[in-house]
Design a protein around this ligand. Structure first.
Ligand SMILES: [Fe+2]
Length: 174
């Protein structure tokens, strides 16, 4: 894992922000607008680091924004975003998003370039690269501070480990 220096962009360069916490629907619209402006985030794209690469594009009191670069070996493990809502726009390749189902197989979808999705703080998911060289933009509001990382045993027992937003998400204890 490698991380690029935080907050590489100024707010003035970005699509307009409301100056308050954004809803999931607002985040999805905003991250789509950002996806249409590759000159703002393309400098953070890297796939040569041997692992998942993420770069912080912007962070203020209401939102933080990341560029994630995926290969197929990259896997966040199960996690939540604590009190934050989020939105993801895939700009290159594709990612898999899975949601756990107690007593059942996870519900998995593939999100391809040009598509976006959003979620609230109640959302638990896991993301993996579906295609080597994929890129996605992630916006969270309020800004990520802590997250929950889950392990799910073979018998279905679920545990939550609180982690910092600066920690790399990865599968644990499976
Ligand atoms: Fe996530």
């Amino acid at each position: 894992m490698t991380e690029t220096t935080p907050a590489a962009s100024a707010a003035a360069d970005l699509p307009p922000l409301p100056g308050r916490v954004l809803t999931p629907a607002e985040l999805k619209r905003w991250v789509r607008r950002l996806a249409d402006r590759p000159e703002l985030w393309e400098h953070l794209v890297r796939h040569d680091t041997g692992g998942r690469h993420f770069g912080s594009l912007y962070r203020d009191g209401d939102i933080d924004v990341w560029v994630l670069c995926w290969n197929t070996v990259d896997d966040t493990g199960w996690h939540d975003h604590d009190t934050s809502s989020g939105a993801v726009a895939v700009t290159r390749g594709a990612v898999h998003e899975s949601r756990p189902r107690l007593g059942g197989t996870p519900r998995t979808r593939t999100v391809t370039a040009g598509r976006a999705f959003a979620f609230g703080p109640d959302h638990i998911h896991r993301m993996t690269g579906a295609v080597d060289g994929s890129v996605s933009l992630h916006a969270y509001s309020p800004p990520l501070w802590r997250m929950g990382q889950y392990s799910i045993s073979r018998s279905g027992l679920m545990r939550r480990l609180p982690v910092s937003y600066a920690d790399e998400l990865r599968p644990i204890g499976e």
